[in-house]
Design a protein around this ligand. Sequence first.
Ligand SMILES: [Zn+2]
Ligand SMILES: [Zn+2]
Length: 376
Amino acid sequence: MKAERVLAAVRVGPERIELEEFPMPEIPDDGALLRMEVAGICGTDVKMYEAPQVTEPVIMGHENVGVIERAGAKFVELKGVSEGDRVFLEHYVPCFRCEWCHRGEYRHCWATDWRSNPDALRYGYTPASRPPHLWGGFAEYLYLPWNAVVHRVPDQVSADLAGIATPLSNGIEWALFDCEVGFNTSVLIQGPGQQGLSQVVACRQAGASAVIVTGMARDAARLEVAKALGADATIDVDSEDVVERVREITGGDGVDVVIDCTSGAGTDPILVGIQALRRRAGTLLIQGELDAFPEFPIRELTEKAITVKSARGHSYRACELALEQLASKRFPLDLLTTHTFGLDDVDLAIRSVGGKGEPDVIHVSLLPWMARGRAS
Ligand SMILES: [Zn+2]
Ligand SMILES: [Zn+2]
């Protein structure tokens, strides 16, 4: 028997989640219904939970994996996936008409850019009031319109492991495509969270000569995971001088690439990154955490001819490569999947990612059907 109502965890305000039921959507010929398996939770969720930028109630969950439960004939034809297929769903819901879309760069499409377009559609960001309501992964089901972007998950990849497809896609996008990490590149990765650790995998696979990962004293366990994934060296920023250590490890040169995967660390990682880069023409990838940067060392940046890149999601190709990487089982990526929570515990799950819940978290999976026992 099909459940006629769909249970979802709705963010109704800052740090406030309520369980709500929504009607099971009608599935048109060009749409589909995804039975959720795993919604990954990342640092962005923590920020959006503490200080939502979309103030209307939202079903969060933008890193989604599930099984296609129902699909219209047109959807099957358009997407090449059918009922019973496990898919990784990108959070972008793009127009498929613009130049960015034709390049597979859905992340830049205006139709899914919630920051500049109030009508944008994006999983985990679109208000729950918008029919058919199921626009977030912290729910039993998701609605897939014709322009959803789905990737078939290889059979040998478990749902759990598929849950880290998003950070790994970002790892590939930022390290390989944006910073052009490749054979013999030396890289400094700042921050050993799920995002930093995913960069380690991407850099190692690409052929980097030195992968150095920084963390704080409390990150000791994560830095061990970094080593297990192939990091050549780790640095404890609380007790060691990062720039000095980087010079030591690179024979005095400094690194070719610095990738900032820290959170809430202020201006420090960028200042350290500029110093840790080699004498000329290094690349610095930054996140957009700070609104402004007082006394930014622009002279040092230009004298060293540094290229600055922005961390901004992933392309279609990066997702495909991430799924292939997961299927290869080349890296012990199950070391990352440390915690799972059910729909009742979304608040605790998000707080745990933010360091204010369960200890020793690397990656958190929200399993909407866990411990619920509702027959579908
Ligand atoms: Zn995310
Ligand atoms: Zn577009």
